[in-house]
Design a protein around this ligand. Structure first.
Ligand SMILES: [Zn+2]
Length: 259
């Protein structure tokens, strides 16, 4: 199987034990999409790359990228761990969910396009103290298109108006203005503030985000709206999301500090 030795930029998604002394580490790479790496001797004492391969680490690596099967890492050149995510169970849960959504949305070995840098910026913002729930919401809204669902959040799907109150209709795949609410008795009955943020989130450039402040009540509504859309329209519920949901039930939503 031909491999290609190359420098690549990567973000560590997760690692798992493999045999007695080895490890598998899954990466998002900018140059070669998602890849699984076989790390020989990763659990032996004196192994040099332990810190470079921890989840939520990003940086430059040199690897032998193989198109079929596992790839190999030869060296880590310059890596940084997003320590605030690693050390905070809530940030960690949100970040893990974001990564697993992207993992499900794009097949392995396929280039990630703009998603590599969106993921990188999203994780960096969470690490820097931005509201992890909101960063995750932005990700969820923008990622729908990767799952083949591109809801119209610009104007009413029927008449295009943008000046009346909106609601979200799953059956029409987007917004309905007040005049057309009667068309869908099962519309989500969202409040205007929640609608406002859904529309903002669909358009915001994560790589340029500077501030975001959303009230707790609206955050709950956004969570509820996206849960409905994801479960009814997209049908994706990764294990990491189940964990996140459980954690939010135990903790309630914690007070947030926004920058
Ligand atoms: Zn309308």
């Amino acid at each position: 199987m031909a491999g290609q030795i190359m420098d690549f930029h990567g973000i560590v998604m997760y690692q798992k034990e493999y045999r007695e002394r080895d490890m598998l580490v899954k990466f998002f790479t900018q140059e070669a999409g998602k890849r699984m790496f076989f790390i020989r001797g990763a659990k032996k004492r004196g192994f040099k790359m332990t810190a470079d391969l921890l989840p939520f680490t990003f940086g430059e690596y040199v690897g032998d990228i193989r198109d079929g099967g596992l790839s190999y890492i030869n060296a880590a050149k310059d890596t940084t761990n997003l320590t605030h995510i690693s050390e905070d169970i809530i940030k960690n849960a949100y970040a893990t969910y974001m990564m697993s959504l992207l993992d499900l949305a794009i097949p392995d070995n396929q280039l990630l396009g703009g998603w590599y840098s969106r993921l990188f910026h999203g994780l960096s913002l969470i690490n820097d103290g931005f509201d992890e729930a909101i960063i995750t919401n932005i990700f969820e809204v923008q990622m729908m298109s990767l799952f083949g669902v591109q809801p119209n959040l610009r104007g009413c799907v029927i008449c295009g108006r943008t000046d009346l109150p909106f609601d979200y209709s799953e059956s029409y795949g987007g917004l309905l203005c007040q005049q057309h609410w009667h068309l869908d008795p099962n519309r989500l009955h969202l409040d205007q503030r929640t609608i406002y943020y859904l529309r903002q989130f669909s358009a915001v450039d994560l790589t340029k985000l500077k501030t975001v402040t959303v009230h707790d009540e609206t955050k709950k509504n956004l969570r509820r709206a996206l849960d409905m859309i994801y479960s009814d329209t997209i049908g994706v519920y990764p294990r990491s999301k189940r964990f996140l949901d459980q954690m939010l039930t135990w903790n309630g939503s914690r007070p947030t500090s926004n920058k």
